[in-house]
Each structure stands twice: as structure tokens, then as C-alpha cells.
Design a protein around this ligand. Structure first.
Ligand SMILES: [Zn+2]
Length: 71
């Protein structure tokens, strides 16, 4: 990827960061799917519940352990 203007680079960095977070979640979700832990909190192993998963299919943690800290 080539960048000529500093502002474009900054904007792309934000997007990249967001994309990497999603890829990270996707990776983790696929790994859990493989190991049969998909849909469970990675901390306490509680089932996340169908409604929660439907809303955020890449969810890794239950409400108690969710600490992504999104703005
Ligand atoms: Zn939990």
C-alpha cells in the first residue's frame, strides 16, 4: 500500500486497527468453533446465549467478562 498524504495514512491506520480487531475476533471465533467452545465465554465458559450471539456473532465473553472497552 502506498500513501502520499499524512492524513490518509492516519485515517487508514484507524481503519486498519478496526479491521485487525475484527480479524482477531473472527480468528478467535473460528478457533472456538473448531474446539467446540464457540458461543461460550472465554473466561468462565458460560454459554453466551443465542440472542447475544445473534447480535454479536464474534462475541468472546459474557457480560460479566466483556472488557473490550469500545468507545
Ligand atoms: Zn464470563
Amino acid at each position: 500500500m502506498e500513501h502520499s498524504s499524512g492524513e490518509d495514512v492516519r485515517a487508514d491506520c484507524g481503519l486498519l486497527e478496526a479491521a485487525e480487531l475484527v480479524l482477531d475476533d473472527l480468528d478467535a471465533a473460528l478457533a472456538r468453533l473448531d474446539s467446540g467452545h464457540y458461543g461460550r465465554c472465554e473466561v468462565c465458559d458460560d454459554p453466551l446465549g443465542g440472542a447475544l450471539l445473534e447480535e454479536s456473532p464474534l462475541l468472546r465473553r459474557c457480560g460479566r467478562h466483556f472488557e473490550r472497552g469500545e468507545p
